[in-house]
Design a protein around this ligand. Structure first.
Ligand code: HEC
Length: 321
Protein backbone atom coordinates (compact mmCIF):
# COMPACT_ATOMS: atom_id res chain seq x y z
CA UNK A 1 0.00 0.00 0.00
CA UNK A 2 1.18 3.48 -0.64
CA UNK A 3 2.24 5.33 2.42
CA UNK A 4 3.82 8.25 0.69
CA UNK A 5 1.29 10.98 0.43
CA UNK A 6 1.83 14.03 -1.68
CA UNK A 7 5.42 14.03 -2.60
CA UNK A 8 5.44 16.72 -5.17
CA UNK A 9 7.31 19.83 -4.32
CA UNK A 10 6.05 23.12 -5.51
CA UNK A 11 8.97 25.13 -6.72
CA UNK A 12 7.23 27.94 -8.51
CA UNK A 13 4.75 30.05 -6.65
CA UNK A 14 2.70 30.87 -9.68
CA UNK A 15 -0.04 28.36 -10.27
CA UNK A 16 -0.34 28.11 -14.00
CA UNK A 17 -2.87 26.21 -15.98
CA UNK A 18 -1.69 23.17 -17.89
CA UNK A 19 -2.73 23.03 -21.45
CA UNK A 20 -4.23 19.63 -21.97
CA UNK A 21 -5.61 18.48 -25.25
CA UNK A 22 -8.61 16.83 -23.63
CA UNK A 23 -10.99 17.99 -20.93
CA UNK A 24 -10.33 17.09 -17.31
CA UNK A 25 -12.09 14.00 -15.95
CA UNK A 26 -15.25 14.81 -14.02
CA UNK A 27 -15.28 12.59 -10.93
CA UNK A 28 -18.98 12.64 -10.28
CA UNK A 29 -20.00 12.01 -13.88
CA UNK A 30 -17.27 9.70 -15.09
CA UNK A 31 -15.79 7.86 -12.10
CA UNK A 32 -18.46 7.67 -9.42
CA UNK A 33 -20.94 5.65 -11.52
CA UNK A 34 -18.59 2.70 -11.97
CA UNK A 35 -17.24 2.88 -8.41
CA UNK A 36 -20.84 2.72 -7.22
CA UNK A 37 -21.61 -0.22 -9.43
CA UNK A 38 -18.45 -2.25 -8.99
CA UNK A 39 -16.84 -1.31 -5.68
CA UNK A 40 -19.19 0.22 -3.18
CA UNK A 41 -21.06 -2.92 -2.04
CA UNK A 42 -17.91 -3.98 -0.23
CA UNK A 43 -16.50 -0.54 0.52
CA UNK A 44 -19.21 1.55 2.14
CA UNK A 45 -20.28 2.82 5.54
CA UNK A 46 -20.98 0.10 8.16
CA UNK A 47 -24.52 -1.29 7.88
CA UNK A 48 -26.63 -4.06 9.41
CA UNK A 49 -27.55 -7.24 7.60
CA UNK A 50 -29.56 -10.00 9.27
CA UNK A 51 -28.82 -8.39 12.62
CA UNK A 52 -25.09 -8.39 11.98
CA UNK A 53 -23.00 -5.27 11.58
CA UNK A 54 -21.03 -5.23 8.32
CA UNK A 55 -17.84 -3.20 8.15
CA UNK A 56 -16.26 -1.97 4.92
CA UNK A 57 -13.63 -4.36 3.56
CA UNK A 58 -10.12 -3.44 4.64
CA UNK A 59 -11.69 -0.50 6.48
CA UNK A 60 -11.88 1.24 3.14
CA UNK A 61 -14.93 3.25 2.18
CA UNK A 62 -15.33 4.46 -1.38
CA UNK A 63 -18.70 6.12 -0.82
CA UNK A 64 -17.37 9.55 0.15
CA UNK A 65 -14.54 11.80 -1.01
CA UNK A 66 -13.22 12.33 2.52
CA UNK A 67 -13.27 8.56 3.08
CA UNK A 68 -11.36 7.84 -0.13
CA UNK A 69 -8.78 10.39 0.95
CA UNK A 70 -8.60 8.86 4.42
CA UNK A 71 -7.83 5.46 2.93
CA UNK A 72 -8.00 1.98 4.43
CA UNK A 73 -6.90 0.43 7.70
CA UNK A 74 -3.53 0.10 6.00
CA UNK A 75 -3.17 3.74 5.02
CA UNK A 76 -3.78 5.97 2.00
CA UNK A 77 -5.07 4.42 -1.22
CA UNK A 78 -4.79 7.53 -3.35
CA UNK A 79 -1.84 9.82 -4.17
CA UNK A 80 -2.85 12.76 -6.30
CA UNK A 81 -0.80 12.89 -9.49
CA UNK A 82 0.58 9.34 -9.10
CA UNK A 83 -1.61 6.41 -10.17
CA UNK A 84 1.32 4.05 -9.55
CA UNK A 85 1.23 5.06 -5.90
CA UNK A 86 -2.54 4.77 -5.60
CA UNK A 87 -3.80 1.30 -4.68
CA UNK A 88 -7.29 2.35 -5.68
CA UNK A 89 -5.92 2.20 -9.24
CA UNK A 90 -3.14 -0.37 -8.85
CA UNK A 91 -5.56 -2.93 -7.37
CA UNK A 92 -7.79 -2.88 -10.44
CA UNK A 93 -4.74 -3.39 -12.68
CA UNK A 94 -3.43 -6.43 -10.79
CA UNK A 95 -3.84 -9.78 -12.57
CA UNK A 96 -7.15 -11.41 -11.88
CA UNK A 97 -5.60 -14.29 -9.96
CA UNK A 98 -3.80 -11.90 -7.59
CA UNK A 99 -5.36 -11.77 -4.11
CA UNK A 100 -5.26 -8.01 -4.22
CA UNK A 101 -7.15 -7.74 -7.50
CA UNK A 102 -10.23 -5.48 -7.32
CA UNK A 103 -13.10 -5.92 -7.44
CA UNK A 104 -12.51 -9.19 -5.65
CA UNK A 105 -15.90 -10.36 -6.97
CA UNK A 106 -18.07 -9.17 -9.83
CA UNK A 107 -17.35 -7.37 -13.06
CA UNK A 108 -13.91 -5.86 -13.58
CA UNK A 109 -13.52 -2.27 -14.61
CA UNK A 110 -13.50 -1.93 -18.37
CA UNK A 111 -10.35 -0.65 -20.06
CA UNK A 112 -12.03 2.71 -20.52
CA UNK A 113 -13.02 2.94 -16.86
CA UNK A 114 -9.51 2.07 -15.70
CA UNK A 115 -8.06 4.64 -18.10
CA UNK A 116 -10.41 7.30 -16.73
CA UNK A 117 -9.47 6.46 -13.17
CA UNK A 118 -5.81 6.73 -14.08
CA UNK A 119 -6.27 10.04 -15.84
CA UNK A 120 -8.32 11.44 -12.97
CA UNK A 121 -5.51 10.62 -10.51
CA UNK A 122 -2.86 12.03 -12.87
CA UNK A 123 -4.81 15.23 -13.10
CA UNK A 124 -4.73 15.68 -9.34
CA UNK A 125 -7.65 13.53 -8.09
CA UNK A 126 -10.07 16.40 -7.87
CA UNK A 127 -13.53 15.49 -6.55
CA UNK A 128 -14.97 18.70 -7.92
CA UNK A 129 -16.98 19.38 -4.79
CA UNK A 130 -18.50 15.88 -4.48
CA UNK A 131 -18.68 14.78 -0.84
CA UNK A 132 -20.85 11.64 -0.84
CA UNK A 133 -21.91 9.96 2.39
CA UNK A 134 -21.41 12.09 5.49
CA UNK A 135 -22.05 9.17 7.81
CA UNK A 136 -19.11 8.98 10.19
CA UNK A 137 -17.45 11.97 8.63
CA UNK A 138 -14.99 13.65 11.02
CA UNK A 139 -15.60 17.34 11.66
CA UNK A 140 -13.62 19.46 9.26
CA UNK A 141 -13.03 16.61 6.81
CA UNK A 142 -14.43 18.51 3.89
CA UNK A 143 -12.38 21.63 4.43
CA UNK A 144 -9.31 19.43 4.85
CA UNK A 145 -10.19 17.82 1.56
CA UNK A 146 -9.87 21.02 -0.36
CA UNK A 147 -6.22 21.37 0.61
CA UNK A 148 -4.36 18.30 -0.63
CA UNK A 149 -6.52 17.88 -3.66
CA UNK A 150 -6.11 21.24 -5.26
CA UNK A 151 -4.85 20.21 -8.66
CA UNK A 152 -1.14 20.91 -8.74
CA UNK A 153 -1.04 21.81 -12.33
CA UNK A 154 2.54 23.03 -12.15
CA UNK A 155 3.73 19.67 -10.80
CA UNK A 156 1.68 17.71 -13.28
CA UNK A 157 3.09 19.81 -16.09
CA UNK A 158 6.66 19.02 -15.06
CA UNK A 159 5.76 15.40 -14.39
CA UNK A 160 4.62 15.10 -18.00
CA UNK A 161 7.82 16.74 -19.27
CA UNK A 162 9.91 14.49 -17.06
CA UNK A 163 8.61 11.38 -18.74
CA UNK A 164 10.08 12.53 -22.02
CA UNK A 165 13.70 12.81 -20.95
CA UNK A 166 16.62 10.89 -19.51
CA UNK A 167 19.21 12.18 -17.08
CA UNK A 168 22.17 13.40 -19.16
CA UNK A 169 25.64 11.92 -18.84
CA UNK A 170 28.36 13.39 -16.62
CA UNK A 171 30.28 14.87 -19.58
CA UNK A 172 27.32 17.07 -20.43
CA UNK A 173 27.28 18.48 -16.90
CA UNK A 174 31.06 18.86 -16.86
CA UNK A 175 30.99 20.88 -20.08
CA UNK A 176 28.35 23.24 -18.76
CA UNK A 177 30.19 23.66 -15.49
CA UNK A 178 33.46 24.42 -17.26
CA UNK A 179 31.69 27.27 -19.06
CA UNK A 180 30.60 28.73 -15.73
CA UNK A 181 27.06 27.42 -15.62
CA UNK A 182 25.42 26.21 -12.44
CA UNK A 183 23.06 23.39 -13.28
CA UNK A 184 20.75 21.63 -10.84
CA UNK A 185 17.62 19.48 -10.98
CA UNK A 186 14.38 21.43 -10.60
CA UNK A 187 13.51 19.03 -7.80
CA UNK A 188 15.07 16.00 -6.18
CA UNK A 189 15.65 13.15 -8.64
CA UNK A 190 14.20 15.03 -11.58
CA UNK A 191 15.97 14.84 -14.94
CA UNK A 192 14.67 18.35 -15.61
CA UNK A 193 17.20 21.07 -15.02
CA UNK A 194 17.56 24.69 -14.20
CA UNK A 195 20.67 26.56 -15.25
CA UNK A 196 22.19 29.94 -14.47
CA UNK A 197 25.49 31.76 -14.65
CA UNK A 198 25.09 33.66 -11.41
CA UNK A 199 28.62 32.94 -10.23
CA UNK A 200 30.08 34.88 -13.16
CA UNK A 201 27.52 36.83 -15.11
CA UNK A 202 30.11 39.19 -16.61
CA UNK A 203 31.95 36.25 -18.18
CA UNK A 204 28.86 34.67 -19.63
CA UNK A 205 28.82 35.53 -23.33
CA UNK A 206 27.22 34.03 -26.41
CA UNK A 207 29.80 31.24 -26.74
CA UNK A 208 29.45 30.17 -23.10
CA UNK A 209 25.75 29.53 -23.64
CA UNK A 210 26.61 26.96 -26.27
CA UNK A 211 28.07 24.77 -23.53
CA UNK A 212 24.49 24.12 -22.43
CA UNK A 213 23.56 22.38 -25.66
CA UNK A 214 24.47 18.86 -24.48
CA UNK A 215 21.79 19.43 -21.81
CA UNK A 216 19.30 20.95 -24.19
CA UNK A 217 16.63 18.29 -23.81
CA UNK A 218 16.57 18.74 -20.04
CA UNK A 219 16.75 22.45 -19.35
CA UNK A 220 13.38 23.89 -18.34
CA UNK A 221 14.52 26.99 -16.47
CA UNK A 222 17.29 29.24 -17.67
CA UNK A 223 18.52 32.37 -15.95
CA UNK A 224 20.74 34.53 -18.15
CA UNK A 225 19.96 37.71 -16.23
CA UNK A 226 22.73 40.37 -16.20
CA UNK A 227 24.99 38.26 -18.40
CA UNK A 228 26.82 39.82 -21.36
CA UNK A 229 24.99 37.83 -23.99
CA UNK A 230 23.70 39.44 -27.16
CA UNK A 231 20.81 38.61 -29.43
CA UNK A 232 22.93 35.85 -31.00
CA UNK A 233 22.70 33.78 -27.80
CA UNK A 234 18.96 33.46 -28.28
CA UNK A 235 19.61 31.27 -31.33
CA UNK A 236 21.21 28.82 -28.90
CA UNK A 237 18.41 29.25 -26.38
CA UNK A 238 15.95 28.47 -29.15
CA UNK A 239 17.39 24.94 -29.25
CA UNK A 240 16.08 24.07 -25.77
CA UNK A 241 12.78 22.40 -26.68
CA UNK A 242 11.48 22.13 -23.09
CA UNK A 243 12.38 25.58 -21.89
CA UNK A 244 9.56 26.84 -19.66
CA UNK A 245 11.08 29.85 -17.96
CA UNK A 246 13.67 32.25 -19.38
CA UNK A 247 15.21 35.17 -17.53
CA UNK A 248 16.89 37.77 -19.75
CA UNK A 249 16.76 40.70 -17.39
CA UNK A 250 19.29 43.47 -17.88
CA UNK A 251 20.87 41.92 -20.94
CA UNK A 252 21.53 43.35 -24.40
CA UNK A 253 18.89 41.25 -26.13
CA UNK A 254 17.07 43.07 -28.90
CA UNK A 255 13.68 43.04 -30.53
CA UNK A 256 15.05 41.19 -33.53
CA UNK A 257 16.79 38.68 -31.26
CA UNK A 258 13.49 37.63 -29.74
CA UNK A 259 12.34 36.32 -33.08
CA UNK A 260 14.61 33.30 -32.57
CA UNK A 261 12.46 32.22 -29.63
CA UNK A 262 9.23 31.86 -31.56
CA UNK A 263 9.81 28.12 -32.09
CA UNK A 264 9.76 27.37 -28.35
CA UNK A 265 6.60 25.42 -27.60
CA UNK A 266 6.73 25.21 -23.79
CA UNK A 267 7.91 28.68 -22.90
CA UNK A 268 5.61 30.18 -20.27
CA UNK A 269 7.62 32.88 -18.57
CA UNK A 270 10.06 35.39 -19.99
CA UNK A 271 11.65 38.17 -18.00
CA UNK A 272 12.77 41.19 -20.01
CA UNK A 273 13.19 43.58 -17.12
CA UNK A 274 15.63 46.38 -17.88
CA UNK A 275 16.22 45.42 -21.51
CA UNK A 276 15.97 47.57 -24.64
CA UNK A 277 13.08 45.49 -25.92
CA UNK A 278 10.26 47.57 -27.46
CA UNK A 279 6.75 46.85 -28.67
CA UNK A 280 8.30 45.55 -31.91
CA UNK A 281 9.89 42.72 -29.92
CA UNK A 282 6.56 41.89 -28.31
CA UNK A 283 5.16 41.20 -31.77
CA UNK A 284 7.52 38.23 -31.99
CA UNK A 285 6.52 37.05 -28.53
CA UNK A 286 2.87 37.12 -29.59
CA UNK A 287 3.65 34.03 -31.67
CA UNK A 288 4.64 31.98 -28.61
CA UNK A 289 1.18 30.78 -27.64
CA UNK A 290 2.35 28.93 -24.52
CA UNK A 291 3.41 32.20 -22.84
CA UNK A 292 1.71 33.10 -19.58
CA UNK A 293 3.92 35.77 -18.02
CA UNK A 294 6.01 38.44 -19.68
CA UNK A 295 7.85 40.87 -17.40
CA UNK A 296 8.63 44.18 -19.02
CA UNK A 297 9.48 46.53 -16.19
CA UNK A 298 11.95 49.21 -17.24
CA UNK A 299 12.11 47.94 -20.78
CA UNK A 300 11.22 50.15 -23.76
CA UNK A 301 7.87 48.40 -24.22
CA UNK A 302 4.74 50.47 -23.67
CA UNK A 303 1.55 49.72 -21.82
CA UNK A 304 -0.26 49.66 -25.14
CA UNK A 305 2.24 47.16 -26.52
CA UNK A 306 1.84 44.93 -23.47
CA UNK A 307 -1.91 45.12 -23.81
CA UNK A 308 -1.75 44.14 -27.43
CA UNK A 309 0.47 41.18 -26.56
CA UNK A 310 -1.93 40.09 -23.83
CA UNK A 311 -4.82 40.21 -26.27
CA UNK A 312 -2.93 37.99 -28.71
CA UNK A 313 -2.48 35.16 -26.16
CA UNK A 314 -5.43 34.16 -23.98
CA UNK A 315 -4.58 34.18 -20.27
CA UNK A 316 -1.25 35.98 -20.73
CA UNK A 317 -0.12 38.55 -18.16
CA UNK A 318 2.26 41.14 -19.48
CA UNK A 319 3.40 43.69 -16.93
CA UNK A 320 5.18 46.91 -17.84
CA UNK A 321 5.29 48.19 -14.27
C1 HEC B 1 -16.82 -8.35 -3.27
C2 HEC B 1 -16.27 -7.37 -2.38
C3 HEC B 1 -15.34 -6.29 -2.96
C4 HEC B 1 -15.55 -5.50 -4.04
C5 HEC B 1 -16.74 -5.48 -4.98
C6 HEC B 1 -14.42 -4.62 -4.09
N1 HEC B 1 -13.55 -4.87 -3.09
FE1 HEC B 1 -11.85 -3.90 -2.65
N2 HEC B 1 -11.47 -5.11 -1.14
C7 HEC B 1 -12.27 -6.20 -0.78
C8 HEC B 1 -11.59 -6.95 0.25
C9 HEC B 1 -12.12 -8.24 0.90
C10 HEC B 1 -10.38 -6.29 0.48
C11 HEC B 1 -9.31 -6.71 1.45
C12 HEC B 1 -8.34 -7.56 0.71
C13 HEC B 1 -7.17 -7.99 1.55
O1 HEC B 1 -7.09 -7.61 2.71
O2 HEC B 1 -6.32 -8.69 0.99
C14 HEC B 1 -10.35 -5.16 -0.39
C15 HEC B 1 -9.29 -4.25 -0.44
C16 HEC B 1 -9.23 -3.18 -1.32
C17 HEC B 1 -8.16 -2.26 -1.37
C18 HEC B 1 -6.92 -2.30 -0.53
C19 HEC B 1 -7.12 -1.53 0.72
C20 HEC B 1 -5.90 -1.60 1.63
O3 HEC B 1 -5.27 -0.56 1.79
O4 HEC B 1 -5.63 -2.70 2.13
C21 HEC B 1 -8.45 -1.34 -2.33
C22 HEC B 1 -7.62 -0.16 -2.76
C23 HEC B 1 -9.72 -1.74 -2.88
N3 HEC B 1 -10.16 -2.84 -2.22
C24 HEC B 1 -10.32 -1.06 -3.91
C25 HEC B 1 -11.45 -1.54 -4.53
C26 HEC B 1 -11.98 -0.95 -5.74
C27 HEC B 1 -11.39 0.27 -6.45
C28 HEC B 1 -13.06 -1.67 -6.07
C29 HEC B 1 -13.94 -1.53 -7.28
C30 HEC B 1 -13.25 -1.55 -8.55
C31 HEC B 1 -13.23 -2.71 -5.07
N4 HEC B 1 -12.20 -2.60 -4.16
C32 HEC B 1 -14.23 -3.62 -5.05
C33 HEC B 1 -13.50 -6.51 -1.27
C34 HEC B 1 -14.08 -5.91 -2.38
Amino acid sequence: MSTSAFRFVCFLTASLAVSTATAAVNFEKEILPFLTKKCIDCHKAPFEENGKKKEPKAGLRLDASWAIVKGSENGPVLTAGAPDKSSIYESVMLPKDDDGHMPSKGDDLTKEEAALLKKWIEEGANFGGWVGSTLGMPAGAVTELAKPFKPRTRDLFYAALEKEVKTPGDEAFAKAKAAGAQVSPVKVDSPLLRADFLTGVSKCDDTKIEALLPLKENIVQLDLGRTVITAAALKTVAQLPRLVSLDLRQTKVTDAGLEALTGLKKLETINLYGTEVTDAGLKHLARIKSLKHVYLWQSKATKAGAKQLASAIPGLKASVE
